[in-house]
Design a protein around this ligand. Structure first.
Ligand SMILES: *Cc1c(COP(=O)(O)O)cnc(C)c1O
Length: 394
């Protein structure tokens, strides 16, 4: 099949059956090594290791199949899968910085990414890290130093859902010879195409919507072939971040339904967000798809749709009431992560209340009454009734 001839969702639902005895689902290549017919064939493979199968710590056919689908979807020249989103985050960052460099990142990034930058990269490798609000491109401009080598974005951020003007930041970085990375997990490659806006490396946790069935942990880096070939050799093969063929196969399964899942997540989430926004016991809702969202215009400009993760603040500081609401929900499972078929609820206070002072807590832009929900694929009336009933109890 000529992939580019069709729309992305068509490409995701078609495989080269003739190659695999007509099997409509390609097999899993569960082998550690590949054999060569003779000396010359082995010699040829080692000449161009990025494009040959030699050993499954490097290229593997099942992993490659998933990578090619993801690259085509995101408009990337190449993709590299990783065993987790954090594997992709750390590899992408390591590929852009060296000791003595300076990194600018947005405030309220995904927590473990912050920890990697501030508690690992900074002290061990003498990399300087500055955090900026990022709502205005000037925030980045003002933070640039002579040794800045990387700007790291997450738009929308999954903590407070703030957006950055991706095209403007990419342009600013490019003019100063600075690399850019964006964590695009929230919007998915279906609804946001940062590479077309000039970003160098786009990363995703495949554990969220790309996987979508809450049975995969994985990550991916997307970008230009030159950058991805280097990442393959250094951060993937040398560091040994091997992706399991079975996980890649599950991901291929997931990608076949990505577009219809995203449409439904978007529809359901918008309905839930509108319900919450109109409820007297809710102080505010953070969802980029709501017209009342402060950066709604920017979202409209750079995204073609919205996913299902949102947060809201209950109109109470009484943690017992927040707990009662949280525990009363029947359809929303209580748990971390998001992006699966199932609706989930989590309260940032559970993780932070023990570690942070009330001031630090407020500084992060969250409050004890904050609740995060991942709106799943259930019937939306059922979800709204569950929220309504649990709000009635407080
Ligand atoms: C979950 C997540 C990650 C990390 O992905 P893992 O697969 O859990 O390692 C990175 N960024 C964002 C925004 C996430 O939500």
């Amino acid at each position: 099949m000529k992939e580019n001839q069709y729309k992305p969702e068509t490409g995701l639902t078609h495989d080269d059956c003739e190659k695999y005895e007509g099997a409509v689902v390609p097999p899993i290549f569960q082998n550690s090594l590949f054999t060569f017919e003779n000396w010359d064939a082995a010699d040829k493979a080692f000449e161009d290791r990025q494009n040959h199968f030699i050993y499954s710590r490097g290229k593997n056919p099942t992993v490659k199949m998933a990578e090619e689908k993801l690259a085509s979807l995101a408009g990337a020249e190449k993709a590299q899968l990783f065993p987790s989103g954090m594997g992709a985050v750390s590899a992408a960052v390591l590929s852009c910085v060296k000791s003595g460099d300076h990194v600018i990142a947005v405030k309220n990034l995904y927590g473990p990414a912050v920890n990697f930058l501030t508690q690992y990269l900074a002290p061990k490798f003498n990399v300087e890290v500055s955090f900026v609000q990022g709502n205005s491109t000037e925030d980045f401009e003002n933070a640039i130093k002579a040794n800045t080598s990387l700007i790291y974005l997450e738009s929308p951020s999954t903590a407070v859902f703030s957006l950055q003007d991706i095209e403007a930041v990419a342009q600013l970085a490019r003019s100063g010879g600075i690399k850019t990375i964006i964590d695009n997990t929230w919007a998915t490659p279906v609804y946001q195409k940062p590479l077309a806006m000039g970003i160098d490396l786009e990363i995703h946790s495949c554990s969220k919507y790309l996987g979508g069935h809450s049975d995969i942990v994985g990550g991916v880096i997307l970008g230009k072939a030159k950058d991805l070939d280097e990442i393959f050799t250094h951060e993937y093969e040398w560091i040994g971040a091997k992706t399991a063929p079975f996980e890649a196969w599950l991901l291929l399964r997931s990608l076949r339904t990505l577009h219809i899942r995203m449409e439904k997540h978007q529809q359901n989430a918008l309905r839930v967000a509108e319900f919450l926004e109109s409820h007297a016991k809710i102080r505010m809702v953070r969802y980029p798809g709501l017209k009342s969202f402060p950066q709604y215009e920017l979202g409209q400009k750079q995204m073609s749709g919205y996913s299902g993760l949102l947060s809201f603040c209950m109109d109470t500081e009484d943690i017992d009431k927040v707990k009662l609401f949280f525990n009363s929900l029947e359809l929303f499972h209580r748990g971390v992560s998001w992006g699966g078929f199932e609706s989930l609820v989590y309260a940032p206070a559970i993780s932070y209340i023990k570690e942070l002072s009330p001031e630090q807590f407020a500084n992060m832009g969250i409050s004890p009454g904050d609740i995060r929900i991942s709106v799943g694929l259930e019937n939306v009336e059922d979800l709204i009734a569950d929220l309504d009933r649990s709000l009635e109890r407080i």
